[in-house]
Design a binder for this molecule. Structure first.
Ligand code: GDD
Length: 409
């Protein structure tokens, strides 16, 4: 049997995701019309003999309660949210719920970061892992040499795929092969984490002997029960025939910023073309809008037949799009109203916002630049004929004059 664990983090994480993480936990922010965490969850469903899916995080329990119960019913697989009282690090969090995870006596544990966008080739990865015969297998990907330092960089044996060397976000370039935050482990991972915890405790005890040193380290040391999967487990175990790599040739991105969430929404929409075409708007009826490329429209949204939507557009629940409106590369969240002849391009429009007649909300479309897309927070009103370009607008603002390259607080 297999148990899947998705690390969702907590409110102190995901700060780069503001203002969109101000009223919904980042893991529940919709990409292609589905909560971010929904995509790894549906990928887990393709794993043979999957017993349970756990989400581990330090958000309040009630923030996930509704989603977890509805997705369990929908997929007919138990999905549970387990709350840490405080952050324990990616490996420490996993370890603190080892009793729950081992309840089903799994032979394998699939561990996923929630903020990555991927086709999650889990069944193939599991097969490869069994062949390698190690304690763990990491999904890895080649990225540009300039961007590699945002990730765990690694060296693998080209023949055996063994992980030979691992450094987390190194200052000097090591390799363009990086850790994707998707793993398969045997239950031995818990002994490996336990060893690290023991070493940390021993070191802490030693330090107590010298009070000067204790004072020095107390200010910068992480708590003794805080264990990071990358630095504390992967780095020391590299080159010991315990860890192996599986390279994805399909899409993979990390989702740390709103700009990347827009790009990843598009990647998931194009994946729907292959996996869930019924979720894509077809626009073939007489009374529907003109649809271009991959578009998701929630069944409760009202989109005028003379509007033109796409490519890469997701429209959430109860949104209204007026006559003659044009939407390209954007995420429109719940209860948004877009009036007649408004234009939205390369933008994310927050919950309950409204965009007036003949107004334009747009970005230049650079997903990595700070102001590369325009983001409107919750309940922002853009009045008629106002133009908003490459800007971030915090919640509850009214814009009655045009703005460009501004952060409106
Ligand atoms: N429950 C819980 N508790 N989750 C946590 C905690 C914690 O204390 N700390 C981090 N996480 C979750 C985050 O929400 C995220 O999903 C995942 O664990 C990894 O987060 P970080 O440890 O902050 O690392 P990162 O995202 O900067 O980088 C990791 O992922 C990259 C791929 O996206 C590293 O593993 C990199 O090597 C890797 O390239």
């Amino acid at each position: 049997r297999v148990v899947a664990v998705i690390m969702v983090g907590g409110p102190t994480k995901g700060t780069r995701f503001r203002p969109l993480s101000l009223n919904v936990p980042k893991p529940l922010f919709p990409l292609a019309g589905q909560p971010m965490v929904h995509h790894p969850i549906s990928a887990c469903r393709r794993i043979p003999n999957l017993a349970q899916i756990y989400l581990i995080g330090f958000y309040e329990e009630r923030e996930f309660a509704l989603y977890v119960s509805s997705i369990s019913n929908e997929l007919r697989i138990p999905v549970r949210y387990l709350r840490e009282d405080k952050p324990h690090g990616s490996a420490g969090g996993l370890y603190s719920f080892r009793d729950y995870i081992m309840e089903d006596s799994p032979s394998h544990i699939v561990l996923l970061n929630c903020d990555v966008c991927s086709s999650f080739p889990l069944p193939d990865m599991l097969e490869a892992h069994k062949k390698y015969g190690g304690m763990g297998t990491l999904l890895v990907n080649k990225v540009s040499a300039e961007s590699a330092n945002q990730f765990g960089e690694l060296v693998a044996d080209p023949e055996t795929n063994e992980l030979l060397h691992y450094t987390e976000k190194p200052e000097t370039f090591v390799s363009d092969l990086i850790n994707c935050g998707v793993y398969i482990f045997t239950p031995n991972i818990f002994s490996a984490i336990e060893d690290v915890l023991k070493q940390k405790k021993d070191r802490a005890n030693l330090r107590r002997v010298s009070s000067f040193e204790a004072l020095q380290s107390a200010t910068k040391a992480l708590p003794a029960d805080f264990v990071r999967l990358d630095q504390d487990i992967l780095s020391p175990l590299a080159g010991k025939k315990e860890l192996y790599t599986y390279q994805t040739l399909d899409f993979w991105e990390q989702i740390k910023t709103p700009g990347m969430s827009l790009r990843c929404s598009g990647l998931y929409l194009s994946q729907f073309r292959r996996t869930s075409p019924h979720l894509l708007a077809s626009g073939d009826g007489k009374r529907t809008a003109t649809i271009v490329g991959d578009v998701y429209i929630h069944p409760s949204a009202k989109v005028h037949s003379t509007s033109k939507i796409g490519p890469n557009v997701s429209i959430s629940a109860n949104a209204r799009v007026g006559a003659g409106a044009r939407l390209i590369n954007c995420i429109i969240l719940d209860d948004v109203e877009i009036m007649e002849n408004a234009v939205v391009i390369h933008s994310i429009v927050g919950w309950k916002s409204s965009i007036g007649k003949w107004s334009r909300v747009q970005g230049e479309g650079d997903h990595n630049a700070k102001l590369g897309i325009t983001i409107l927070g919750e309940a922002v009103d853009v009045e008629d004929e106002v133009v908003v370009v490459n800007s971030i607008v915090l919640p509850n603002k009214t814009l009655n004059v045009s703005v460009q390259e501004e952060i409106i607080l």
